[in-house]
Ligand binder design. Sequence first.
Ligand SMILES: Cc1cc2nc3c(=O)[nH]c(=O)nc-3n(C[C@H](O)[C@H](O)[C@H](O)COP(=O)(O)OP(=O)(O)OC[C@H]3O[C@@H](n4cnc5c(N)ncnc54)[C@H](O)[C@@H]3O)c2cc1C
Length: 543
Amino acid sequence: MDNFKRTKLPSLDISVSCRLIGPSGRRFTWYSSNTKRSGKGTAIVWFRNDLRMLDNEALYKAWFVSETVLPVYCIDPRLFGTTYHFGFPKTGALRAQFLIECLADLRKNLMKRGLNLLIQHGKPEDVLPSLAKAYGAHTVYAQKETCSEELLVERLVNKGLQQVVIPPSPEKTTGATAQKIPRLQFIWGTTLYNIDDLPFDAPSLPDVYTQFRKIVEAKCTVRSCIKLPTSLGPPPEVGDWGCLPSLEQLGLSSQNVSKGMKFVGGETAALSRVYEYFWKKDLLKVYKETRNGMLGPDYSTKFSPWLASGSLSPRYIHEEVKRYEKERQANSSTYWVLFELIWRDYFRFLSIKCGNSLFHVGGPRKVAHQWSQDKNFFESWRDGRTGYPLIDANMKELSTTGFMSNRGRQIVCSFLVRDMGIDWRMGAEWFETCLLDYDPCSNYGNWTYGSGVGNDPREDRYFSIPKQAQTYDPEGEYVAYWLPQLKTVPKDRRHFPGNLYIKQIVPLKFGTAGRHHKEDKSIGARKANQRGREARGNWRQIG
Ligand SMILES: Cc1cc2nc3c(=O)[nH]c(=O)nc-3n(C[C@H](O)[C@H](O)[C@H](O)COP(=O)(O)OP(=O)(O)OC[C@H]3O[C@@H](n4cnc5c(N)ncnc54)[C@H](O)[C@@H]3O)c2cc1C
């Protein structure tokens, strides 16, 4: 199978990209609810990670400047190859299934507005130029991406389009000069804050999240969502709109989610989750208190798989938070969802600043460190067989559902890199395979951060398992849910069950007391560590 290569690329190619630097506060006055369509010919929308109708600027723009819009999604075989270094599946079965559902939903929603979705199996650089030629498209619109694999495809598509010449339409022939090369036009569409509204360019992006957040909160405004007209037709004449692939066609076997959270792909499911979490269950007002949970559907928003596939716009979440604050209440929890979305923005903008160093072993700070790639250790982590229930339960949840809580991700990351000393990229690539919400910026951003090679040198994080267990799963309910053999173990021993569970593959690097991470300095943490020591001591006696 063909693979992507993280080749060294120049920074974003401005000629085919949206602008990286924009004057602060620049606003789009271009759209309004009564904007009239005024375009000519055909425009293609190349759907990528923006699989939605609401707040899809690429789709809106294509509609606005054309007479007909051709929406296209390319099933790129490279997405179903293997990961860059360690050869894991590039897209696991659960995310592939989620993607298929997203596409089915997008097609249905496009049809409701008089269009359809053309599904093409092939590389975008092969598919799009030939479609542009066949339909005489003057422009291809797409959402801008920022990481090297996606940038490479953008460059190849642009190159392919340069070879296409669209003959002049018969009614307005003005000689040979009327021939045109289709343009590739990128739209910035993935973040809460638009890149054009940032008061700094990519190289001067602050190295510390808090600085970034404070500046954008003070100086930038979140733009309103773009709403599409009710009819986007007529569609171009297409003989065969193509079939959605099956998992088998993608070289994957179907996987049932037997327990835990089952996510359904697509904008329809995304909007219902927002409605359910904010309005029906009224959970937004307690988000800050519950967000560090690990068990059940409602401790956090669970928006991430839809955000990552672009089925949900962060600006829509922002609008809903503001509406909730007006109609119900505003408190630190309602703000905190936006705070987290700014983290997401930060990692996206950071990926422009860091370029490929985000994927390098030394990370953006080029830290020299001797990592192990011990297969035995790594596989025990991956398969949930480390002997530490908190790690094993989280890893089982990941492989069963494609999801893991933020708390869990931080804990298993710390365990892999600090306790096992394993190359953080092995963990990051395994997450790339499994996560429904996989996004290169957030995934590699968080992994470099968690393993101490990220751009913020102030953070050196060690998560002590006894402390984390005591604070976030004191009754051992989470571990017993994912490791049913622990159900019969007394609650206070579920995290260190000794010979009632499997043997621990490595000792904790800093002992059960853990090295004192800033959270762990509290009295609670000392007590938790003490309890951990006792539990382990007991186990030693039993074992
Ligand atoms: C090692 C590691 C790898 C990660 N990989 C990814 C990834 O590939 N894709 C991804 O979307 N998130 C990733 N995260 C961030 C975070 O764990 C998830 O976004 C979050 O758990 C999703 O659950 P939620 O939607 O219920 O989040 P909530 O707590 O409800 O937060 C709301 C939204 O804020 C954003 N967000 C929250 N925390 C973070 C964060 N630390 N970084 C970036 N965005 C954040 C997400 O979009 C999330 O949906 C990773 C975190 C770690 C520690």
